[in-house]
Design a protein around this ligand. Structure first.
Ligand SMILES: [Cu+2]
Length: 167
């Protein structure tokens, strides 16, 4: 948290408006004491055995749409999005996208570019061309990304990518 506070201070002095500005703004309304208490320090300290995986598709598999894909997680618990609880969170399915950097938000309102949130705690979804227009015939990357109750990514260690071919 020291880093964030420093960014906040330097922004006040130089008032630049790039990505760190957003992060600093999102903490407006909290004083520094509550920021210290609220911030779960172990948010991105992924332990051995904590992982996400596709339960019913293997890397390199061919699929036909519609296809019900199942999301798996070990060492963490799925819960609906609300507040950031340590070792809890929800799944995100990314189409042709890389892992989301730890402690940054999984993009929202952005399904057409391949980011799908399962903030009700869902552990499966039906892939079809209407909801997933990016899944045209051919080869695509499917990625699971686990993130906490505020949609802040647990990083590459809690992500898993496979390549599939849509027939
Ligand atoms: Cu989310």
């Amino acid at each position: 948290m020291k880093k964030l506070i420093f960014i906040g201070l330097s922004l006040t002095m130089f008032s630049c408006s790039n990505q760190p500005a957003k992060e600093a703004e999102s903490h407006e309304g909290h004083n520094h004491d509550s920021m210290m208490q609220d911030a779960p320090k172990d948010t991105v300290a992924i332990q051995a055995g904590q992982r996400v995986f596709f339960k019913n598709i293997n890397d390199g598999q061919e699929i036909s749409l519609p296809f019900v894909v199942e999301f798996g997680v070990e060492g963490m618990e799925v819960e609906p999005a609300s507040v950031p609880n340590p070792n809890k969170g929800h799944h995100h399915l990314l189409i042709d996208q890389g892992a989301v950097t730890a402690n940054t938000m999984v993009p929202m309102g952005n399904e057409s570019s391949g980011y799908y949130h399962f903030g009700k705690g869902q552990t499966s979804d039906t892939l079809n061309i209407k909801k997933y227009p990016m899944l045209t015939k051919g080869t695509h990357k499917l990625r699971l990304q686990f993130a906490n109750g505020l949609h802040m990514s647990y990083g590459p260690a809690m992500s898993n990518e496979i390549t599939v071919t849509v027939k």
